[in-house]
Design a protein around this ligand. Structure first.
Ligand code: NAP
Length: 290
């Protein structure tokens, strides 16, 4: 039995779809969901539904009973994420889970002054709890979703150019669907115990390269401007963005500028058995008709 948390989310549902597409029997999949309503689409696919919440330890122990492999998808609640996920690891241990897989984040080093510590801290705490638990584990160090790149670029990118304080830093943005498929392959495969995988695209792109590709697509020059972090945040907040969103986008930009999300090596093509979707393919498919 494979149990998947965050199953009602985009990555979790993608992993489940991929498993089923590859011939895995949905009756051998359990999906953790916070409510029956949200789980209806999964139920319709023949997946078992377990109601639980990262904040409710006992619900997790109950949900994880009988699980051979547990895919713990990181929570999207930032405030108490470490506690939630450590709860889930302890519950997995108590429920007798044999192998836990966790969606962590790509990074260069665990340094206390990383600009992406606002997401890194809870991932590191969870990885440590997993490794101390004695369960077999697989850490999937996912890069940022390329699906989020249009959000960074903004709707008017062809008119305004790219405005993002990432300097000449690089990032190996990766499609969420590629991460989902690679994760399904790990869940269905063998010999993945006690490994850390880098799940990143092959090429780490700079925003200058994105600007060049957008220029090729549109036939007109799309410039890239890297403002100071302060100027960027003020501009976003001035345009009506919530301060937390501006802080988060700026934090990732600083992480990119510092090289945290560069991938010098990646396990993704090997896990997929093919090349990952490249940024050029993604940008072309998104913008070529516009
Ligand atoms: P998503 O669509 O927001 O899904 C998050 C999932 O977590 C949902 O199923 C949600 O359940 C569940 N969840 C949240 N709080 C929970 C709780 N207290 N108890 C149980 N389940 C809870 O995110 P995604 O796109 O699938 O990405 C998966 C994770 O990757 C995110 O949660 C986040 O940690 C991380 N992430 C990574 C990137 C990246 O670029 N690599 C970007 C964004 C997020 P409900 O459906 O009930 O809300």
């Amino acid at each position: 039995m494979i149990t998947i948390t965050g199953a009602t989310g985009q990555l979790g549902s993608g992993v489940i779809d991929s498993l089923i597409q590859k011939g895995f029997n949905p009756s051998n999949i359990s999906a953790l969901a916070r409510s029956e309503e949200k789980a209806q689409a999964l139920k319709d696919k023949g997946v078992n539904i377990k109601i639980g919440n990262y904040n409710d330890y006992n619900s997790l122990v109950e949900a994880f009973k009988g699980t051979d492999k547990l895919l713990l998808i990181s929570s999207n609640e930032m405030e108490n994420r470490s506690q939630q996920q450590v709860n889930a690891v302890k519950a997995a241990k108590e429920a007798g889970v044999k192998h836990i897989l966790y969606t962590s984040i790509q990074r260069q080093a665990d340094s206390s002054d990383s600009p992406i510590n606002f997401v890194l801290d809870s991932h590191i705490a969870t990885e440590e709890a997993i490794k101390e638990s004695g369960m077999n584990y697989t850490i999937l160090r996912n890069n940022l979703y390329m699906d989020m790149l249009p959000w960074v670029l903004g709707e008017q990118v062809f008119e305004t150019g790219i405005y993002y304080p990432a300097q000449d830093g690089r990032i190996a943005y990766t499609m969420r669907s590629d991460i989902a498929e690679a994760t399904a392959n790990v869940l269905m495969g063998h010999n993945h115990e006690n490994k850390d995988y880098n799940i990143s695209n092959t090429h780490s792109l700079s925003f200058q390269e994105v600007a060049v590709q957008l220029s090729v697509i549109s036939g007109k020059t799309v410039p890239y401007t890297s403002p100071t972090v302060e100027e960027y945040k003020n501009t976003l907040v001035g345009a009506g963005a919530p301060a937390e969103v501006a802080d988060m986008l700026a934090g990732f930009a600083q992480g990119i500028a510092q090289g945290e999300l560069v991938a010098d090596d990646t396990d993704l093509p090997a896990l997929l058995g093919r090349e990952a979707v490249s940024y050029k393919e993604f940008l072309n498919s998104l913008y070529a008709q516009k």
